[in-house]
Each structure stands twice: as C-alpha cells, then as structure tokens.
Design a protein. Structure first.
Length: 581
C-alpha cells in the first residue's frame, strides 16, 4: 500500500478516540434475569446506573447501584425486554454515557425449501406491461407459493435517481442501479408508479427512466386529491418530510407527489409482506448525493469511497463511488439510522439478505483522488461488530425474519465464524465454487443457488458467453480468454461427473440435476433465478462496468408473469413446464 494512500485514509478518519468508561454501544449479555455490560474500569468500583429504552424501543426505565466485577463486568439488576437502551453511569466522580443492545444469541434460521429470484424491473404482465410494481411481485409470489416455494426474492427495492436531479447545486445523473439508492430508509417510488404505464417496451430491455417519465403525469394527478392525507403522513415523521422535500427540489407539486408515492409504497409493501414470504436485499450503501448522505453527512466518511479488491466474483478492483458509514460515530445513538434501514426491510421480509456482509467487520475503501487499486481495509472496532450482530439478531426475532449474509469473494474466516455464531445463514453459489481449486462443501443451513445477479445465468455460464463478453468489452485479453474457456470446460466436466449425468448432457438437463443436488444438500434453502427456468443468457449485470456503459439492471423477462406456465416443485427445485416463448 502506498504511504500516500494510508495517509489520506488516516486524514479522513481523524485522531483516535479518547478512552472512555463505556463504548458508544455494546452488546449486553443476559445473566439469568439480569443484564451484564462491560465498563472500562477495574474490579471493585461502585457504580450508580440509570437507563431507558431508546426512542421507539420497548421496555421501561431502570436504575440501581452495582460493583464492577472481573474484566469490568457490571450487572444491571432486573429483567428487561430485548431492545436497545441508553445507559448513564456515575463512578469515581465521573459520568459516562453509552448504549447497549440486549438481543437473542442467534437469528432465526432460513425457511426450508426453495425460492425464486426475479428483479422487479424484469417483471411484467397484462396489468403492468412496462415494469414490475408491488402488485406484479405479489402475482409472481402467488405462483411461487402455489408451487410450494417458501419465498420470492428480488433486488433492492429502494428509491433511485430515475431522472436527472440537482442536489446542493450539483447535477446528479440518471442511475437505474438498485445498488446505488437515494436512501435505504424509503421504498422505490417505482413500486407504485409502474402500474400507471400501459405501454410495453419493445425488445429485451426496459429503461426504468422512460417508465418513470411516462408515469409521472399520472402520479401527479393521483396525488392531488390526497393532499391532506399525504401532509399528515409526512408530518408524522421528520425524516419523511425531509425526504419529500429533498425529492421535491423546491417544487411543491414534486414534493407532494413524492410524498404520496412514498405513503402508498409503505402501505403496499406492508400489505405485500403480510400476504407473501419475501426475500429482500439490503445494499451496502447509498448514492453519494442521495438523501441519506445529504441529510446526515456526519454519519458518513466524506473523502473515502467504498469498493472491492479482486476476488472470485471479479478479477479487477472496483470503486463504487459512495462513502462508507462512520460506524463508530453511528454507534453514539445506538445505530439509529442503521436500525431504521433494517426495520424497513425486516418488518416486511421473511428473509433479509445483507449485501457484502463483511462490512460488519471491515470494508475496502478508496481515498478520494486515488485509484481503486490503492484502497485500504477499514477495520471496525470489536464493539461495533458485536453490537451490529446483536441488532440483527434482535430484529430477526422481533420481526420473525431470517438473515442471510452475502459472504462470497474475499472474506476473512472470522466473518464466517461470527455469522455462524449469530445464526446468520451463509451463501453458497455453484458457479463460483466450480471455479475454485477446492470447492467448499455446501454449509448447513445456507442459501444455495446456481448463480447471483452478478454472475452469468446458467445457460450463459455453460456456453462461456460471459467469457466472450468480458473479452469483447476489454476486461480480458486473448490469452486470458483462452485460459478462461479452458477452465470453464473443465468446470462443466466436473459438474456433469458430480451429478452422474451422461457426458453429452445439455444445460437444461444439467441445471435440473444441479437443483436436485442442491435440494438434497445441507442447504437450508435453494434459490433459482426466474430467467434460468427458460435458459436465458442475457446478464442482468456485468461487474466492472457501469449502468451508463452497459444495459445493466434493464433486462426484461422473456415471459410475462401471467404466461409462465405451471411452476411446480421438483423436490425443492422449481421448473417451468411450458415451452419457451
């Protein structure tokens, strides 16, 4: 690592924090009916304490006196509900403040069975021909459940910059990626807007921005009669009002329309989650000029950008252009913002997928003005990591929602050890493991799948179309392409042999057998992409490229939801029986 890179990162982080009696947040432990926290003090110190649940948390205030034990342990007498609490101490003539999380040891396990994955933008039918909305997702989920599936999964359902905008005098470009959301505490307005558009796109792609522009006049008209209701909904929460003002950009009609769309999206997502088991995806961060960063800049590390080093998913280093959260600072209020992000999703979902789960421990960051190759790992203090796992297990139990961590690629072993201890399901992906020198066994209780949204669909993987694509856009040279194709042939051979299939087996037969094999594995759940069911080859995303360079996040399903044929479970593996359209 160049010295200049380290110096730039340290300059952003600032000086090390001063020692304190209590960390900003910690994970407390239940000791019988009492609660144990850790104080940075020697044994035998008398402490007066008082505390109360943080805003929005259950529980009652408490107070008492205790003496520190070995290692600074302090037992707070009396039973209390799981939750997040504020704590004040008086000891040795000093006052100390912090927060603590009292949570179950483990998150809920994944539902056992199979689930179907489909991007919202890819879905369409006669009732929503342009782009999927809440109702379209519900109609797909109904089919999945009728076939015996235990969840329907999709990409992040968070708001995006679907039209150019101006934020603090700066121009913001159109960005359809669901992994660069405007906010992680509000829903995507397209969940409501898409249903207003009757015209269907032509060809294999849908442009979300065009759908948004077509829907906008109808959204405006729909919002106007509900001004009083919308204003009351916005006034009930300062963050709602601030979000609507942010999206309104000083225009009253825009503010009201975005507010009404959010009110509708919240109500419809709550209803959808009550009716159908969903797997929702929490992305790693938010757009650098989005609402979350603009509203609360103190919660983010301006001057650093999140990225990724080379790994099994992508051979190059990547810079994603959004700032990391300042997690130690976020702990000062018990991670209120992160809890709100998680609550939004877990109150609705049956399973929450946490993208790049290693961020609970460390995060690859790139100082401003440096190349992605000149990044540093920003390690989190132990109290941050332990508190965040506690929040995940707390909300898992509170909302009856399992948690799966995306632990693919470059992940240190302590991440997977902590996930297992906290009951977070791991991820296992067939296409990735076949490319490893020593494929890892399927972990018990994990979420297993043939691929992910960042990998080629199975038929494309089988034919090596992803390798040819990387060559065509300059991510591989001729020698690397030849080597990759040779490796792919060996991977196909190993897979066919493992599944006990004839040498000449084709992709449809191999995929069916692979899903059966995964279903019989120790995995908790098996997830398959909707588009794999008819052997689609067009990727939804190509890592290392942007949505301005490639038609990423625009692929339109070849079949409408209402013409998928009969979805039936084959063990835990779904298949489409009708012929491809």
């Amino acid at each position: 690592m160049p010295d200049a890179t380290l110096a730039a990162a340290l300059d952003v982080l600032g000086p090390a924090p001063e020692p304190r009696y209590l960390p900003p947040c910690q994970r407390a432990r239940a000791i019988g009916s009492d609660t144990q926290v850790i104080v940075n003090a020697t044994e035998g110190i008398t402490v007066e304490y008082r505390g109360a649940p943080l805003p929005g948390e259950p529980g009652t205030p408490f107070e008492g006196r205790a003496t520190t034990g070995p290692g600074g342990t302090l037992v707070l007498e009396g039973s209390r509900e799981p939750g997040v609490y504020g704590l004040q101490l008086t000891l040795q003539g000093h006052r100390a403040e912090g927060t603590f999380v009292l949570a179950p040891e483990r998150a809920l396990p994944l539902p056992v069975g199979w689930g179907l994955f489909a991007p919202l933008h890819a879905l369409w039918d006669d009732l929503s021909p342009a782009h999927g909305d809440v109702a379209t997702l519900g109609r797909l989920a109904t089919r999945v459940e009728a076939a015996g599936g235990v969840f329907t999964a999709t990409l992040p359902l968070l708001p995006r910059f679907l039209e150019p905008a101006r934020v603090a005098g700066r121009a913001v470009a159109y960005e359809p990626s669901p992994y660069a959301p405007v906010s992680r505490v509000f829903w995507d307005e397209m969940l409501v807007a898409a249903g207003f558009v009757d015209a269907a796109p032509t060809g294999p792609y849908v442009e979300p921005g065009e759908v948004w522009r077509a829907a906008w006049p109808k959204l405006v008209d729909a919002a106007q009669p509900h001004r009083a209701e919308t204003e009351a909904w916005l006034a009930a929460d300062p963050e709602r009002a601030a979000y609507a003002a942010f999206r309104g950009e000083g225009d009253e009609v825009r503010r009201l329309t975005y507010g009404w769309a959010q009110m509708q999206a919240h109500a419809r997502m709550e209803a959808l989650g009550a009716q159908h088991p969903l797997l929702l995806d929490l992305p790693l961060g938010t757009h650098g000029l989005g609402f979350d960063v603009t509203r609360h800049p103190e919660r983010f590390l301006e001057g650093l950008s999140v990225g990724a080093p080379p790994d099994a998913l992508f051979a190059g280093r990547q810079g994603w252009g959004f700032p990391p959260m300042d997690l130690p600072r976020a702990g000062e209020d018990g991670f209120a913002h992160l809890r709100r992000c998680l609550e939004l999703h877990m109150a609705v979902a049956t399973v929450l997928r946490v993208d790049h789960v290693a961020w609970l421990h460390r995060l690859y960051c790139i100082p401003a003005g440096h190349e992605p190759t000149d990044g540093v790992y920003l390690a989190q203090p132990a109290w941050v990591t332990e508190s965040l796992y506690g929040i995940l297990t707390l909300l898992s139990e509170r909302h009856d929602c399992a948690v799966v961590g995306e632990d693919l690629g470059t992940v240190p072993p302590e991440v997977r050890e902590a996930m297992t201890a906290a009951g977070l399901a791991r991820s296992w992906v067939l296409e990735l493991e076949l490319g490893m020198a020593e494929p890892a066994p399927v972990p018990p209780g994990c979420l297993a799948s043939p691929n992910t949204h960042d990998l080629p669909l199975f038929a494309a993987w089988w034919a090596g179309e992803d390798v040819a694509l990387f060559r065509s856009i300059g991510l591989l040279d001729a020698a690397a392409e030849a080597e990759a194709l040779e490796g792919r042939a060996a991977e196909r051979e190993r897979l066919v042999e493992r599944l006990g299939l004839p040498e000449l087996a084709g992709p449809a037969e191999v995929l069916d057998a692979a899903l059966e094999w995964l279903a019989a594995s120790p995995a908790g759940a098996v997830m398959v992409s909707l588009e794999d069911l008819w052997l689609e080859t067009r990727p939804q995303n190509v890592p290392g490229t942007s949505s301005s360079d490639r038609p990423n996040w625009r692929g339109r399903a070849a079949r409408p939801v209402d013409a998928l044929g009969e979805l039936v479970p084959s063990s835990r593996a779904p298949r489409v029986l009708s012929e491809p359209a």
